[in-house]
Structures are given as structure tokens and as C-alpha cells.
Write a new protein. Structure first.
Length: 547
């Protein structure tokens, strides 16, 4: 991929400044300057040596100065070759159009051409993804100088909030319409894991995550992938989670278990139940002889529980610990109750004994890269996205990020209007560069959906403040017990509280709150009704009397 700087023709007086920055940065051997006569006859120069356009794009980097709107075909052809196109002076170009239009007589040919160009520019500029906007020459020179000093292996990405939202919506599959179990496994391959929570008001969290992405989704499909096909596994990643069975060795190894088991043993110690682990061998012997079992199927007796949380059966403590240690798996579930079995009865020894990491640093870097993939785009701030032992420590994250950037696995992203740096996996850059067409589709998001793990980041990008209030006392709740965000195109426009009337088997929407900035249009009403219909089909309940 080539890096091509396009200086808007309205800023042609700045070409000399751009040229100066290149020379000062000692990058003249890598960057090329092009001049345009505004008649589509393009000449490209390596400062001293004249090149053809094809010669230029075959080089490492190119700088072009041309009339953007009159050379859109050229720009699109350059981008079709998977080049990186950087527009310089875009905000200035827009201002020039506006001023020129103001001087034109309404309805004149000149006004028509300018208006057409302006509309084209406004609607298509986002396909040129790397955007530097500036207010004056010195700012441009400063920004460009900083940009050019970054080696081509560590390119920064400059995008808008709108672009970031569109990327996230498409990355997470809300703008698609796949169906079937293969589509579910594809989602897990992309996101890594989906967080599990046992609460079931209108489905459990994994089901809510999948119903918003998979056409005609039914909870039975996930159950089959977990306990029949054995392609997915219950485990611990973003807290309780579900992930691909192939991920087993990434979590059940000495490096990860050092942190994970330390946390569990600390909890057991606080609950005065750590001694229960002395009976783990009895549980293993029972399962070897009798096969899978629920904890209550193994009578090891009980003990007095400290507090309202935790187990009071020896078998429950032991089986939960062995499960977290990787020696047991969830063979199936009866409701929310786990039925355990020996891992060796379900996974191959090759998978169970596969060595992944050489040291802790390998684990940190792998897990951070995985967590970026779970969200698609992320900033390096503590929050819901980094609820994980070592990942919650900023210094560990920063060191891992720097290594991943240096190894070309992560790329730094700058979002206009947000000071914090963001990061994206390099392999996801082609999607970020895509030209998105947002469908008029509404989706109901899970409360623990991957895209909204980091509530503060969501508030910054979507201007939507969300808090899951299931553990908030009723008198202190702002909205309701189990409230779901509502996504429409690339905006979270509302939230609503759904429940199921068990007697009539009908969905009831207790309340629906639009964001203050949203006006309910015919298009939104249509998308809302369609979303409710899909939601009821997923729940296998009747639709509300009125939507």
C-alpha cells in the first residue's frame, strides 16, 4: 500500500511548504510531489527527476497537488490500487466552494457546477480515509511534519467520530444480515468472546448479542454450538464468557492461570472456604467413575457460608475451581446450572497441552490484541473494556501497545474532537477504509454487548450515556431494571425496557426513551416496527398490542 498525499488545489500556494517539510524531514527519497495544470494532465516529480504517474505510485510514497473534484476518477483509481490517500487542506477546500457559490448568480451554469462539485465532495470525501484539516499554514506544516516523520510501518490514522461509528457498526455486523450457525462462529472469530450473564429477562446476554447480528437467530443455535458441536466453550475472558474451543490453550496455561487462580483463591479465602479445595481429588475420582454431574450430584457435605455470595457445598467449590483451572468443562447446562465433566473427555490432548506463550509478556500482548479485536476500536483508558487482571494496569497496556504497534499489529488512530489516542488492529484497516452504506436498520443491543463495553468511550463517540441498572436499587434507577440501547444506522438513538408477559406470552415495552436530539420520523418508525417484529420472533412471543 502506498501513501499518497493530495494537496487540495485551493491550497496550491502551500505546495512549497509541503515540499519544505519533506526536505526538512530528510524524506525526499521516499516522498514524491505532483503538480497539476487542472486539465487532468498530471506530471509527477521527485524534486529533480521527472516520473510518470505509474512510476510514482510504484514508489514508496507520493504527494500530489490537484483539483480534487475534477480528478476524482484519478483519486479513485489510486485508491482502487489499495493506496493510502491523505487529503491535505480539505477544510480550506470546503470554504473556497462556499465563498465561490456565494458570488455566483443563483441558477447560473457556474453555480450549478460548483454546487454539484461541493455535493460530490461532501458525500464522497470519506472514501479518502486519512484526513488532515488545518486552519492556517503553520498548523498545516506542523501537522504534516509530524505525520511525515512517522515511518510508513507506523502510519497514524485520522478519522471523524462519524467514521469511527460507521466502522464500529460494520465491524460488529449490525449493518449485515447473515444467518445460520456458521455466521455465529464467524462472529466469535472476529470478536474473540461474548460476555455471559445468567440474568434472563428477554434472553441472556450472549443471546441478545447474537440476535442483534444474526438473522432468524434462536438460542438453540448457540446451545448446539456449545454442547453438541463443541465448537464453542464456556470460560473466562471478559469475565464469564463464551469463546471458540480453539482458544482453550490461550487461557489454560501457567501464565494466565497464575493471575486467574490467584483471584479465585483470594475470593475463597475471604469467604472462609479455601479449605474446600482439599477435596478436589474426590471430585475428579467421582467424575472418572460416574461421568458428568452437577455439583449437587456429588455428596461431599456442606459448610457454613460467609455472607450471601458463594457456595456452601464442598462439591460446588471444588467443581467451580477445577473448571476455572481447566480440568473440567461445562458439558451442558440445565437452565443456568452447569453440568461438569472432565476436560479430557471433550478436548484432544494436543489442544489441551499446546504451548502458546514463552513468557508473561507474550500473554499480555496477545490478550491486549485480542481485546482490541473484541471491540474493534479502543482507547488506552481504564474502563469496562479492560476488566482483566493485568489489562487493567495502564503501564502494562502501554508497553504491550507499543510493542504491537512496532510489530505492525496495531495502528494508532486519531479521532477529531477526542484527545485520547485510539488503536485498531492493522488487519482491520481495509474495513476502516471501506465506503460504508448504512442501512435504515434498527437493532436492540445487549446490555453487555462488546461494542458498548467501554461506557465512557461510547459516550464520547455516540453521545449516549448508558448504565445497566439491574444492580441499582429501584428507587435510585433513572430508567429501569433491564433497559436495552437502541441502535439506528450509526447512532444509538434510544433505550427501552422490554419484559415478557408470561400469561399472554407477549412482549411488553414498559417504556421507550428517545435521545433528546431525535425526532421520530417515518423511517425510524418503520425500522422500529421491523426491529420489534424480529425481536419477538427471536423470543418466540407475540408482538406488543401497539409499538
Amino acid at each position: 500500500m502506498k501513501r499518497i498525499f493530495v494537496v487540495a488545489s485551493a491550497c496550491s500556494n502551500l505546495v512549497e511548504s509541503v515540499n519544505k517539510v519533506i526536505i526538512d524531514s530528510d524524506l525526499s527519497k521516499d516522498f514524491y510531489l505532483a503538480d497539476s495544470n487542472f486539465n487532468c494532465e498530471l506530471s509527477v516529480y521527485n524534486l529533480d527527476e521527472k516520473l510518470t504517474i505509474l512510476d510514482a505510485v510504484s514508489q514508496d510514497n507520493v504527494i500530489i497537488n490537484l483539483d480534487i473534484t475534477n480528478n476524482t476518477d484519478l483519486l479513485m483509481s489510486l485508491e482502487s490500487l489499495e493506496n493510502e490517500v491523505v487529503l491535505v487542506g480539505v477544510s480550506y477546500q470546503k470554504k473556497v466552494y462556499k465563498k465561490q457559490l456565494a458570488k455566483c448568480q443563483a441558477g447560473s451554469d457556474e453555480a450549478t457546477i460548483l454546487s454539484t462539485n461541493q455535493k460530490y465532495f461532501a458525500s464522497n470525501v470519506h472514501i479518502f480515509d486519512y484526513l488532515i484539516e488545518y486552519e492556517n499554514e503553520s498548523t498545516l506544516e506542523s501537522l504534516l511534519s509530524e505525520y511525515l516523520k512517522i515511518s510508513k510501518e507506523h502510519l497514524k490514522v485520522f478519522i471523524t467520530k462519524e467514521r469511527a461509528r460507521q466502522f464500529l457498526v460494520n465491524y460488529h455486523g449490525f449493518n449485515d444480515n447473515p444467518q445460520g450457525k456458521q455466521a455465529i462462529t464467524d462472529i466469535f472469530k472476529r470478536l474473540g468472546c461474548i460476555q455471559y450473564d445468567p440474568l434472563n429477562v428477554v434472553g441472556r446476554n450472549p443471546d441478545l448479542v447474537l440476535q442483534s447480528r444474526i438473522k432468524n437467530y434462536k438460542p438453540e443455535m448457540l446451545y448446539q454450538l456449545l454442547y453438541k458441536d463443541r465448537l464453542l466453550l464456556d470460560g473466562w475472558d471478559k469475565q464469564m464468557s463464551i469463546y471458540s474451543v480453539d482458544d482453550y490453550p490461550f487461557f489454560y496455561n501457567d501464565y494466565y492461570l497464575k493471575y486467574h487462580l490467584r483471584s479465585i483463591e483470594g475470593t475463597l479465602n475471604r469467604r472462609k472456604s479455601l479449605d474446600a479445595l482439599n477435596r478436589c481429588e474426590e471430585v475428579i475420582d467421582f467424575l472418572k467413575e460416574n461421568g458428568r454431574s452437577k455439583p449437587k450430584g456429588i455428596d461431599l457435605g456442606t459448610f457454613e457460608r460467609q455472607g450471601s455470595w458463594g457456595h456452601n457445598r464442598y462439591s460446588s467449590v471444588c467443581m467451580d475451581y477445577l473448571y476455572n483451572k481447566g480440568q473440567l468443562v461445562v458439558a451442558h447446562k440445565e437452565g443456568v446450572q452447569k453440568v461438569y465433566d472432565l476436560t479430557s473427555n471433550h478436548l484432544s490432548s494436543g489442544l489441551m497441552n499446546k504451548k502458546i506463550f514463552n513468557d508473561e509478556t507474550d500473554l499480555f500482548e496477545w490478550h491486549l490484541l485480542r481485546r482490541v479485536g473484541s471491540l474493534g476500536l479502543i482507547w488506552n483508558k481504564g474502563g469496562g473494556a479492560f476488566l482483566e487482571y493485568y489489562l487493567s494496569k495502564r503501564d502494562i497496556r502501554l508497553e504491550a501497545i507499543n510493542t504491537l504497534v512496532n510489530n505492525k499489529l496495531l495502528t494508532e488512530v486519531h479521532i477529531k474532537g477526542i484527545d485520547e489516542k485510539f488503536y485498531i488492529r492493522c488487519k482491520d484497516l481495509p474495513l476502516l477504509k471501506s465506503k460504508f452504506s448504512m442501512k435504515s436498520k434498527m437493532s436492540f443491543l445487549a446490555p453487555l454487548d462488546n461494542m458498548i463495553w467501554d461506557r465512557k468511550m461510547v459516550e464520547k463517540l455516540f453521545d449516549f450515556k448508558y448504565s445497566w441498572e439491574v444492580y441499582v436499587p429501584a428507587v435510585k434507577r433513572k430508567y429501569g431494571y433491564y433497559v436495552l440501547p437502541v441502535l439506528y444506522k450509526d447512532q444509538i438513538i434510544a433505550r427501552f425496557e422490554p419484559v415478557i408477559d408470561k400469561e399472554s406470552n407477549q412482549l411488553v415495552i414498559k417504556n421507550w426513551w428517545y435521545q433528546n436530539s431525535i425526532k421520530e420520523t417515518k423511517a425510524i418508525i418503520k425500522a422500529k416496527n421491523q426491529a420489534i417484529t424480529r425481536f419477538c420472533k427471536y423470543l418466540n412471543v407475540k408482538e406488543p398490542s401497539t409499538n
